[in-house]
Design a protein around this ligand. Structure first.
Ligand code: SAM
Length: 373
């Protein structure tokens, strides 16, 4: 079972934060099996053809089990929801005259891997996400600056509730730690568990030794696609940091890990789930880990210890993982289609309180992304 907070690993300040329950050059480091280098001289970058070609390009260290997205994809979003996504809040019916426009993604931003960030495996045993990946800066990023968009599957925010009360995203049939609220009122969230961009690797600052987050998720307007979305920004400078910024030390230094706050609710829910799983494990004699980072983890012990989950990543469910080699948009959309007949008990409302509101529709399918059609 999820609650509103647990769906949020951050909040953008407009009540539309991170949901459920975390122009291109490649740098050094290990390369994922699916990696291809980014050609900065690719004249098609930014064009529709460029988007299509960049779907084939992944950043260094991108895990082969996760599909890289240069634009979002859509699952089960209604035409009305799409319309809402393509409307600035200030233009919404009933919006007050003082509603500010959303901050904009730089219109010249290229589609594909960002030169501002690098994905690295975390090998420091003191880091609570040791054995997983994290996102690091490739250069100094000024306070308040835009870092990158958060891409994933735009889906209905509703969650189904499984036998043990755990929440499950309807669109991918299991809970996700990469699912961010985009618009709670419109019931749209963006999940990067199975496919996404570099932003999906941003860890929470808790337990890392850093006193606070250095970045945040914010709702944005993407003028390239005429659509709302989520993005990551360097935290704006506080008065104290502003003074430092004058001497050039504000923002995030080159090589530092980008860290956000997932929100207290995210971690409270994780603890609750860990307790429940331990209870289930005790009663059945086995433990399971249903964490959302199964696809990426390169070492499981540290994760399990930190999160208090006495489980092993190797026991993760793999049956409904999509194949990892789709490259073209058609393949991408094809392999992500969900036409399965899902059997669920009930659906929670978007506040997450356990409440039967609807039976899950039997067929969900991905809509073609307008940028690709
Ligand atoms: C959005 S993902 C972040 C990327 C993830 N490290 C990966 O390699 O895919 C969220 C997951 O990362 C892990 N994580 C992030 N921040 C953490 C922290 N401060 N302590 C422990 N685990 C963390 C948790 O497993 C969480 O479910």
């Amino acid at each position: 079972m999820q609650n509103q907070e647990s769906r949020s690993y951050a909040d953008n300040g407009r009540g539309r934060g991170v949901a459920s329950r975390g122009p291109g050059e490649n740098r050094g480091g290990r390369r994922g099996p699916a990696s291809k280098s980014v050609s900065r001289s690719d004249s098609r970058l930014g064009s529709e053809a460029g988007v299509k070609s960049l779907v084939k390009v992944v950043p260094s260290n991108w895990p082969s089990s996760v599909r890289y997205l240069a634009i979002p994809v859509y699952a089960g979003i209604s035409p009305r929801q799409r319309q809402l996504l393509q409307t600035q809040p200030a233009d919404m019916p009933g919006a007050s005259a003082s509603t500010p426009p959303l901050p904009e993604i730089p219109p010249v931003l290229r589609f594909g891997p960002s030169p501002l960030v690098e994905i690295h495996a975390i090998t420091d045993p003191a880091h609570p996400a040791c054995g997983q990946y994290g996102l690091f800066t490739a250069r100094h990023l000024p306070a308040g600056s835009f870092i990158l968009p958060y891409f994933g599957v735009y889906h209905r925010g509703n969650v189904a509730v499984g036998r043990h009360g755990q929440g499950t995203n309807l669109h991918n049939k299991k809970e996700s730690d990469y699912d961010l609220w985009l618009d709670r009122d419109a019931d749209v969230a963006v999940d990067a568990e199975r496919c996404g961009n570099e932003a999906r690797f941003i860890n929470d600052y808790r337990g890392t030794g850093k006193p606070r987050a250095n970045a945040e998720f914010r709702e944005v307007w993407d003028p390239r696609r005429g659509e709302r979305g989520m993005a990551v920004f360097v935290l704006p400078a506080t008065k104290r940091l502003l003074q430092k910024a004058v001497s050039g030390t504000g923002g995030i230094a080159k090589g530092e890990e980008i860290l956000v706050s997932y929100g207290k609710g995210f971690w409270e829910m994780r603890q609750k789930e860990a307790r429940e799983k331990e209870t289930v494990g005790e009663s059945t004699g086995k433990n399971e880990d249903r964490s959302g980072n199964q696809g990426n983890a390169i070492n499981t012990a540290a994760t399990a210890t930190v999160r208090g989950v006495s489980a092993n990543q190797s026991q993760r469910e793999t049956a409904d993982e999509p194949p990892a080699s789709a490259n073209t948009p058609a393949e991408l959309l094809g392999t992500l289609s969900i036409n399965d007949r899902l059997e669920v008990d009930s659906v929670t409302d978007r506040m997450g309180s356990l409440k039967v509101v609807a039976k899950f529709p039997k067929n969900l399918s991905f809509e073609q992304c307008p940028a690709l059609t």
